[in-house]
Design a protein around this ligand. Structure first.
Ligand SMILES: *Cc1c(COP(=O)(O)O)cnc(C)c1O
Length: 390
């Protein structure tokens, strides 16, 4: 399949079964008023947000927020986007059980568990470390929707071995399949799909990587960008910068790839929270190669590394720290933003995108849009670690 003619190619690529019935999301304006702009944080600024999907006039001190945090009460917005194409693929391949892994408060593990139970699949979640004395946040949700197994850190360090071992033991006499093999066997239309026979007892276990960082995750993000580029929403003519907070960087890479394929005059600003620039660059290369292999054999079509790079800039968060740490005043900033705008942020992920977005909006160079990636429930984990700050 060649996707060089953007609209046709995209239509073909997006013609598949999805987990979300519609790609729709709310776009909400945020107005920043006075206070001195500060390069390091948003203290001293005031925010307000008329809750309307119509775009307001763009001027310095205005940015828009894509409210993917409102997509689902339990599944984080970007987790849901990354599962949008994957879950129907698992169903089409007659998978019965899904295994994944993550940290104790993994939003990915929780989202996969919820999505699996909504789709007739069983989720097994290998979480790093020990059981919490009081389960809360995504950990609690993971245990409600999926079967949680705690893995000692030493064993977890060898992730691939661990996943392979548990997948085999769950499968018993059945089979274990990798996502890359499942997707290689489907061309996107699922005509070959067989359903599970009545009385089928043998298991088919699929292994989903940590953070769902697979090329299949990109499709849900391409679907999102295609939706956003409609004339009545962000449109396809104006230059804008889209700010995204990044763990693995899969979400930002998916959005940037969509921008490139659709040749939109947009750019992703990926705010790096975990790891170094080279890790993000490596993933960029890997996902692009996988994407080309899957959906773009014809190399004349112009999806290149350089092309992708023009749509994607990686930046550090304004106040770098070891991942997971919360700095003084950040909980208060989240409270302030919640009270002034009705938009809930967490200090680990989305506050970083908020800070970068407000700095860019105040600098007034280009229109700024923040993708709110969700992650609401990570606040519960933060509250456990920093109870006195709340
Ligand atoms: C998981 C998560 C991320 C990281 O997404 P990647 O695709 O791994 O970069 C960012 N923000 C929030 C709120 C998340 O829950």
């Amino acid at each position: 399949m060649c996707i060089c003619k953007a609209s046709e190619g995209i239509a073909q690529l997006l013609n598949r079964k999805w987990f979300l019935s519609r790609p729709d999301t709310l776009i909400q304006p945020v107005l920043i008023s006075s206070g001195k702009p500060d390069a390091f944080d948003v203290h001293g600024l005031h925010f307000s947000s008329p809750k309307e999907s119509k775009r307001i006039l763009d001027s310095p001190g205005v940015f828009h927020v894509i409210r993917d945090d409102l997509l689902h009460p339990l599944m984080g917005g970007n987790k849901l986007r990354k599962l949008d194409a994957l879950v129907p693929l698992l169903q089409s391949a007659s998978v019965t059980d899904v295994i994944t892994c993550g940290g104790c408060q993994s939003g990915h593990a929780a989202a996969l568990a919820v999505a699996c139970s909504e789709s007739g699949l069983r989720a097994r979640l290998l979480l790093r470390g020990e059981r919490l004395s009081v389960p809360t946040g995504y950990n609690l949700i993971s245990g409600m929707y999926g079967e949680v197994i705690y893995i000692p850190r030493s064993e977890y360090a060898e992730r691939d071995d661990m996943l392979r071992k548990y997948a085999k033991s769950v499968a018993g006499g059945g089979t274990v399949v990798q996502i890359k093999d499942i997707r290689a066997n489907f061309d996107g239309t699922f005509e070959q799909s067989q359903s599970i026979g009545i009385g089928q007892t043998s298991k088919k276990v699929a292994v989903v990587k940590e953070g769902a960082s697979d090329v299949i995750a990109l499709l849900g993000l391409i679907r999102l960008v295609d939706y956003l580029s409609q004339p009545c929403l962000l449109g396809s003519n104006r230059r804008l910068q889209l700010v995204i907070d990044c763990g693995t960087g899969t979400t930002a890479i998916g959005v940037a790839l969509a921008i490139w394929i659709l040749r939109l005059p947009w750019k992703v600003i990926g705010v790096m929270l975990v790891g170094a620039l080279k890790d993000f660059k490596n993933l960029e290369r890997k996902l692009l190669d996988d994407f080309k292999e899957m959906w773009h054999q014809d190399t004349d079509c112009g999806i290149t590394r350089e092309g992708l790079e023009t749509c994607l800039e990686w930046v550090k968060r304004p106040r770098p720290r070891k991942f997971g740490n919360v700095l003084e005043g950040e909980i208060q900033t989240c409270q302030k933003v919640a009270r002034e705008t009705g938009i809930l942020l967490d200090p680990i992920y989305t506050l970083a995108a908020w800070e970068v977005s407000s700095n860019l909006a105040l600098s007034g160079k280009e229109e700024t849009v923040m993708l709110h990636t969700g992650g609401t429930m990570s606040l519960f984990g933060v509250a456990q670690r920093y109870p006195s700050q709340f």
